[in-house]
Design a protein. Structure first.
Length: 94
């Protein structure tokens, strides 16, 4: 493929991308109008939905997570104590 042919192919690709970009921008400008009318009609026909409670976790779930975290930290503390004891009782080199 010659340089001229390669440049021509690149130009065609650039033009195609620019056209696609322009179409996307036009589509974004039209879409919010359609979406707004759809939501207005949906609100008129449907009953208002209840909002979910914030932090939607039960007390039991929170307690289970807290217990599991305490267990993990206890394991880490035990490992540190064990390592500290092992460091204190290093046999003397004779």
């Amino acid at each position: 493929m010659s340089t001229k042919q390669l440049l021509a192919e690149i130009e065609r690709g650039i033009n195609a991308l620019q056209k696609a970009h322009a179409l996307c921008l036009k589509g974004e400008a039209v879409a919010p109008k359609v979406k707004a009318t759809a939501t207005k009609t949906a609100k008129a026909t449907k009953a208002p939905a209840k909002k979910a409670a914030r932090g939607g976790m039960s007390d039991e779930g929170r307690a289970k997570i807290a217990a599991a975290q305490q267990k993990r930290w206890a394991k880490v503390r035990r490992a540190k104590k064990k390592a500290a004891k092992a460091a204190l009782f290093v046999p003397a080199a004779e």
